[in-house]
Design a protein around this ligand. Structure first.
Ligand code: BGC
Ligand code: BGC
Length: 628
């Protein structure tokens, strides 16, 4: 522990004048946060202030640069992990960064952020919850609260206290590649569930006692990210694959925008959220990162937000301004505080210095931005404790945490059809087919270990359980469960003449993130291979149960009639047993659709379509779900 810090902590208990003399006001936790912010800000040079506004990416920034640039924040983007990617690996990495921050003149701790969108899913041994689409089906606030708590606790083992979650997008159109990251198409449901999550996350470390930091959430992506119009995306993207919707344009009048998309932000802020991330997207053609009206008048003045606004990944280069310097000025003047420009920290610092010197950005705006950042750091208690929580290490991926994830899986399953095929019975002969039953990457989806998720290597998530292993476990040793990934039962005892009791066929989506998941409606149809597999399995069993492992509703076509039962399992995460629990009737089906289910591709309509027309285009409405 650094000396001033030690003194300031001691001061809490003894506070003798002699000790106090060595502690600067900003180092004194007994003083109100506003006083500490004021004191520290007054001591800072322009470069030190601008340093706080930088966000370095782990892939580009070494501890030494944190020290040289007085860097205030850092992040791991999707898939950016230390080696080894273990709790100890994270602890060591974080220690390096914090020590570099301590070595600066003012010793301001670094704030490190990651996207723990369904648990701390960058870490292989973590508990991985269903993606939010499944939680939108589970509709359980208390569960959300516990998921938030657990996520905060597992992150705290690594010493990371800033989450770029929850996604509070209200999603208009499931053709958008981020539909699975959201809680559905309903504003109220999203608001209720995301708020419970954030409350849980923020209070998650209270169990570790008073000295533990207060972790923070990020409500994202502000505002109207889920409202982007089909084919409105014009942005070039780093992968070269053109998006259809992601980062596109949301349209309509202000009253409609605010009514549909603002309530979750208001609720997040009322519940204490300390960070907001603007959206890559635009509203009526105006990029959100440059929208001063929404970022300042609405967010700051109307909602009273005084936390920090962090830009989205390299978003500034897309702003309509002349060069990077002016893009930075535009965003800063619109109201952003932290620049997520992970590879360009030195350049951002240089250009921002110029912006201030040339009066393109006022000193007052810089002071305000830095005050927002420092306020959050003080409130979090980072000046007193910025290291990992040692006790939390044993909780990472622990049985208690995994039990909650399994409960979440059980509650997320939606039963769409059941002609007497479910629940399964343990004395039945059950044949199982489909790669989605036996692939931890496919059942976890995007952002898991990698930005785009992974597939085909179950050893990457030690401690996780595939769905088919879950079925074997839950069925018990005496049950007859026969799994063939490709569905080829030709060399087995089952045949059309001697059918099994039940065939469980798993189909679904590959993992994806952001615009790489954008699809035309035709892209939401079950693939030809999936349909072939269903057709092959159909005669081999008396009953056929179709289980969808996907981030959104998929267009079923003939598969609906071919199946005796249909289950939406979403992207359940690390605890595949949860799927089995419900299939075998150990737990009831309680999930309800967070998204309406389209009937076919030709007639596909988003949620914003006229009510009656949309209704006519659906197979199942929002909220649909059978109970066995
Ligand atoms: C995504 C954000 C994410 C950020 C950092 C961006 O591309 O849009 O949701 O928080 O990357 O990984
Ligand atoms: C990063 C993500 C980020 C994405 C956006 C990726 O390289 O890992 O965190 O969201 O780029 O372009």
């Amino acid at each position: 522990m650094r000396l001033p810090k030690l003194l300031s902590v001691l001061c809490l208990f003894v506070c003798s004048p002699a000790l106090l003399a060595d502690v600067l006001p900003y180092q004194n936790p007994a003083l109100p946060v506003a006083k500490r912010v004021q004191d520290l800000l007054a001591r800072m040079s322009l470069d030190e202030k601008l340093g706080q506004m930088l966000m370095g990416g782990r892939d580009w920034v070494k501890p030494d640069q944190v020290r040289q640039l007085n860097m205030g924040t850092l992040l791991s983007g999707g898939g950016s992990v230390p080696s080894p990617n273990t709790v100890d690996g994270w602890v060591k990495m974080m220690k390096g960064y914090q020590e570099a921050a301590h070595a600066t003149r003012l010793g301001i701790p670094v704030l490190y952020g990651i996207d723990s969108v369904h648990g701390f899913q960058l870490l292989p041994t973590a508990t991985i919850f269903p993606q939010q689409v499944g939680l939108g089906a589970a509709r359980d606030e208390d569960l959300m609260r516990r998921i938030g708590q657990i996520t905060a606790r597992e992150m705290s083992a690594a010493g990371v206290y800033w989450n770029f979650a929850p996604v509070v997008a209200v999603v208009d159109d499931i053709r958008w590649g981020r539909a699975y990251e959201a809680l559905g198409e309903d504003t109220k449901l999203t608001t209720r569930l995301a708020t419970a999550y954030s409350k849980g996350f923020q209070s998650g470390l209270e169990v570790f006692g008073q000295g533990a930091p207060h972790p923070i959430v990020t409500a994202k992506h502000y505002l109207g990210d889920g409202g982007v119009a089909y084919q409105s995306a014009k942005m070039p993207t780093p992968t070269g694959q053109a998006p259809i919707m992601d980062r596109g344009d949301t349209r309509g009048d202000e009253a409609a925008l605010l009514a549909r998309f603002l309530p979750p932000y208001k609720a997040q802020i009322d519940a204490g959220a300390r960070s907001v991330m603007p959206s890559f997207s635009s509203w009526n053609g105006v990029k959100m990162h440059a929208n001063g009206k929404l970022l300042t008048d609405v967010l700051r003045k109307q909602l009273g937000f005084n936390g920090l606004v962090v830009t989205d990944w390299e978003a500034l280069q897309y702003l309509p301004a002349n060069g990077f310097g002016e893009q930075l000025a535009l965003a800063t003047n619109a109201g952003v505080d932290v620049f997520m420009e992970p590879s360009k920290t030195a350049e951002v610092l240089r250009l921002m210095r110029q912006n201030v010197e040339q009066n393109k950005v006022s000193q007052a705006r810089i002071n305000e931005a830095v005050a927002n950042i420092l306020r959050v750091k003080f409130e979090m208690g980072l000046f007193e404790h910025d290291g990992p929580i040692a006790e939390a290490k044993a909780l990472v991926g622990s049985p208690e945490h995994r039990a909650v994830a399994r409960e979440a899986v059980r509650k997320s399953l939606v039963l769409l059809k059941n002609g007497g095929a479910l629940p399964l019975k343990r004395d039945q002969h059950i044949i199982v087919a489909g790669r989605h039953a036996n692939d931890l990457g496919l059942q976890s989806g995007g952002w898991t270990l990698e930005w785009q998720g992974f597939a085909g290597n179950n050893s990457r998530l030690p401690g996780a359980t595939t769905i088919v292993d879950g079925i074997r476990q839950v069925a018990g040793p005496s049950a007859k469960v026969d799994y063939r990934e490709e569905g080829d039962f030709s060399k087995s005892a089952v045949s059309a003449k001697a059918p099994a009791d039940v065939a469980l066929v798993f189909v679904g989506e590959p993992p994806y993130a952001e615009w790489l998941g954008d699809r035309m409606a035709e892209g939401l149809m079950l693939s030809a291979a999936d349909l072939r597999q269903i057709a092959t399995l159909r005669p081999l069993a008396r009953k056929l149960v179709l289980v969808l492992v996907s981030g959104r509703p998929l267009i079923l076509g003939d598969a609906l009639a071919q199946s005796d039962a249909v289950v939406a399992a979403w992207l359940p995460g690390s605890e595949g047993e949860g799927v089995a629990d419900v299939l075998f009737g150990d737990a009831p089906f309680v999930g309800k659709l967070p998204y309406a289910w389209p009937r076919d591709a030709a007639g596909f309509l988003p949620a914003s379509a006229p009510v009656e027309a949309r209704k006519a285009s659906l197979l199942f409405e929002v909220g649909y779900g059978l109970s066995n």
